[in-house]
Design a protein around this ligand. Structure first.
Ligand code: DAH
Length: 337
């Protein structure tokens, strides 16, 4: 073995040396870095090295010394707080385990995608609270105490006097925004809503909605339609939608939005219930009564609103046929996104 091979062998020996307990740290130091240690021994090899190679020799020995120093210092740190002679039950030299990185829930992903689309056409996020009073959830939205439309939504009330409740729709945030924000206003309000419903493949007691609201001077139904078209095209790559006349107390006229079922190409499947169309939300021109409830001059301002269920959009987007899957936190399901 020439001097190079000997130093290489030493390098290898240092890297293989297993420091498994506190005592080994000192043993390692004595063996390699001590005054009679192997590094000292290696330095004496200089006698065999021809003058022109001594620089290389110096560099190599230095590298090995650094390697030993580092290993010694690192082990010292690891064993600093352990008892004399105690053993660690893991392999210090094993490569680091990177664990499992979490992912975003499909509802979060869908919500973010929807927000991103609406932000591109000038909507900003306005988030209202989940606990609201009767005024924000019903009365101001043109649903007075005895209005039959209240039956459309089964409510979780929080107080005996039915004053406070868990919002049944994000439309409650519309009112809060109209009361507190300057006009013109162009917002989306994503969030969680609650309904006292029996849990099934298509209904849950808590789900998510995105509400949109645009109030300005001279807003038309054509603006609303264009906005919905834009969303459908960006979200699903298809603007084959239809607006079906409908009724909501807070909009007039009102419509329900259907998208042509792209899962079966409108041939009829379980998702579209064999109709070829899937409902994705409701919309309409904000009823002036709602604006008046928020002290807005209806001679000057008007606007449109829409509301969509995020779960419904996610089910369509990812072709999921059971709503309950979103809440079960089953890794086999979640890992697919
Ligand atoms: N709030 C309605 C619901 O939860 C959805 C909705 C319909 C919102 C029409 C709107 C709208 O803003 O204009 O069923």
């Amino acid at each position: 073995m020439d001097w190079r091979q000997k130093i290489q062998a030493l390098k290898e020996e240092i890297s293989q040396y297993r420091i498994e307990k506190k005592d080994d740290v000192e043993k390692f130091r004595i063996a390699f870095l001590g005054t009679k240690g192997k590094l000292k021994e290696a330095m004496s090899l200089i006698a065999e090295v021809p003058a022109e190679l001594r620089k290389d020799f110096g560099l190599l020995v230095n590298e090995v010394k650094n390697q030993a120093d580092t290993k010694w210092n690192e082990s010292k740190e690891i064993f600093e707080h352990t008892q004399e002679g105690s053993q660690v039950d893991f392999d210090l030299t094993a490569p680091a385990f990177h664990g499992q990185v979490g992912g975003l829930h499909p509802i979060t992903k869908t919500k973010r995608k929807m927000i991103d689309i609406f932000e591109r056409i000038g909507f900003t996020i306005f988030e209202g609270p989940e606990i609201v009073n009767d005024w924000h959830n019903f009365t101001a939205l043109n649903m007075p105490q005895d209005h039959p439309a209240r039956d459309m939504q089964d409510t979780f009330f929080l107080t005996e006097n039915l004053e406070f409740l868990l919002r049944t729709h994000t439309s409650s945030s519309q009112i809060l925004a109209l009361e507190t924000k300057p006009l013109p206003l162009r917002i989306i309000t994503p969030g969680r809503v609650y309904r006292n419903e029996t849990i099934s493949a298509r209904a849950h007691c808590t789900f998510h909605q995105i509400e949109g609201l645009y109030i300005d001077e001279g807003v038309s139904f054509a603006d609303l339609k264009q906005c919905i078209y834009y969303f459908a095209k960006e979200m699903f790559g298809s603007d084959n939608i239809r607006l079906r006349p409908s009724y909501f107390p807070f909009t007039e006229p009102s419509a329900e939005v259907d998208i042509a079922c792209f899962i079966c190409d409108q041939k009829g499947c379980s998702v579209c219930k064999k109709t070829g169309w899937v409902e994705i939300g409701g919309c309409g021109m904000v009823d002036p009564a709602v604006l008046k409830n928020c002290n807005i001059d209806t001679e000057k301002y008007n606007g449109f609103a829409f509301g969509m269920g995020i779960e419904r959009i996610a089910m369509l987007y990812y072709q999921i046929n059971d709503l309950r899957l979103f809440w079960q936190n089953d890794m086999r399901f979640l890992k697919q996104f």
